[in-house]
Design a protein around this ligand. Sequence first.
Ligand code: 5RP
Length: 172
Amino acid sequence: MTRIHIAADHGGYQLGRALEQRAGAAGFDVVWHGADALDPGDDYPVFAIRVGAAMVADQDAGIDAFGVLVVDEAVAGVVAANKVNGARAVTTTSPRAAMSARAVVDANVLVVEGIAFEESAWLSVHAFVTSPMEQTVERGRQILQIEEYENAGTIEGWAVQLEPDQIHRSYE
Ligand SMILES: O=C(CO)[C@H](O)[C@H](O)COP(=O)(O)O
């Protein structure tokens, strides 16, 4: 069962809770990472890091998991969540864009604007967590390049030297 780690600050609390309910009702394994209650003084970075870190820990353990963050200004949440090693956080304006982010970069955190309509936000979240990555050598190689820089601080493109079947194995 796919797990969804979800959190929201005060800018997305109401929608975050609604999405938590929707995801649970749809049969996903949902883990809420706060806020525990609407707190107008809370800050979004802690929630971004929590969902990113929980998602990466699960993925590293072989669990099918995603992160969902709901804040007022989604782009700020994207910046914070992408500080987690292994997180590829995006925001979206439509289910189609959410699917595209999954396909192109195997995005694993979706940041939703708190002002979004519940129905359209849920359609984007659902599209995100049910859409596959594009299984091509190019996409795998590009993600390996991002990970090379993230982990080694180099962008030498060592993955480009690999044979296609090696890239596939490395990325799995
Ligand atoms: O948008 C956000 C971050 O991405 C937060 O939700 C933001 O901090 C909300 O702040 P404010 O209550 O001042 O609008």
